[in-house]
Design a protein around this ligand. Structure first.
Ligand code: 13P
Length: 310
């Protein structure tokens, strides 16, 4: 029988055999983050993927992340442990629907640029002027000329947050993340009452009712920097995917971290991220599949990505 130790050894051996680097998002299970060569938020992982010297990248994250790595590194083999690891935000904005909306706005004579959250398909990125992550969205919004409108897709909560922090009105799409959409504000308020000294940190994909109860709003990389600024051990209430607590505990162990519950669960996890397991990671290295294959629409999408992220 295979024990947990065997599978770590198997993965290490396969990494050498296949000349592979493992990249993992902060929303992966702790055991996957632990053996990854690089962990990061969406922005850091996209940038780091361009510096990998290995022939193969195994991307432990969801499909759009692996696809982004492939678009930025066409000559490399990019593997994703489970091809079914999707994204509710990405699903909420199909390319034909975006194209119809853009045509409608053009027919009304409106001049606009499309700013797209990285949680989207290559076809949607190819229809965009800019691609942003939670880590660089404010900076990119400020780069869009003042004399055009902004169509922001697909996350309406992140879009609303960006309107608030940049003061720039935007036309929003009606998409949201299934994980960040369901935090329970009632449970958050109960936790705050129980721990009056605690600080709440929330991802900008959270709705306004959660964001307005938070001392800090930022993406996962920004959360690590924020908690590191506090020297005294502190209770942090964390409103993002619950595997982020593993990363916070690993990087800044002096604090205590508490997940903000979802409306139906004590611990809010992304079912898509959870599709990647150690077994599937081993198998994709062993068999070289599932692999992200180059598609014609990657060409234009890659241009937009390079301009926006690198
Ligand atoms: P960041 O990686 O930018 O924190 O965003 C999280 C996310 O949306 C992953 O799907």
């Amino acid at each position: 029988t295979t024990t947990a130790v065997d599978i770590y050894d198997e993965i290490e051996a396969l990494k050498v055999r296949e000349d592979a680097a493992i990249l993992a998002h902060y929303y992966q299970d702790g055991e996957i983050q632990e053996l990854a060569d690089i962990t990061g938020d969406s922005l850091k992982l996209a940038r780091e993927a361009t510096k990998i010297t290995n022939r193969t990248i195994v991307f432990c994250g969801v499909h759009f992340m692996a696809e982004t790595a492939k678009m930025l590194n066409p000559e490399k083999r990019v593997l994703l442990p489970d091809m079914g690891a999707g994204c509710s935000l990405s699903d909420s904005c199909p390319a034909p629907a975006l194209e119809r909306r853009q045509n409608q706005l053009r027919a009304e004579g409106r001049r606009f640029q499309t700013v797209t959250y990285i949680n989207s398909t290559a076809a949607v990125k190819a229809l965009s002027d800019w691609v942003v992550t939670s880590g660089n969205a404010e900076e990119i919004i400020r780069r869009v000329p003042d004399d055009v409108e902004i169509l922001f897709v697909p996350d309406r909560h992140l879009g609303q947050y960006l309107i608030e922090v940049t003061g720039r009105p935007m036309i929003l799409w009606d998409g949201s993340c299934m994980v960040h959409e369901v935090f329970s504000v009632g449970d958050l308020l109960r936790l705050k009452r129980r721990m009056p000294e605690s600080l709440t940190i929330a991802h900008p994909e959270c709705p306004t009712n959660i964001r307005e109860q938070s001392e800090f709003v930022g993406g996962t990389e920004a959360m690590i920097k924020y908690v590191a600024r506090y020297e005294a051990p502190t209770d942090f209430l964390v409103a993002t995917e619950a595997n982020m607590l593993w990363q916070l505990e690993a990087k800044v162990p002096r604090h205590r971290y508490h997940p903000v519950p979802g409306v139906t669960c004590a611990c809010n996890k992304c079912p898509h991220m959870a599709r990647n397991t150690l077994e599937k990671l081993r198998d994709c290295l062993a068999h070289g599949t599932p692999e992200i294959l180059w598609q014609p629409q990657f060409e234009r999408a890659a241009e937009v990505l390079r301009r926006s992220l690198l």
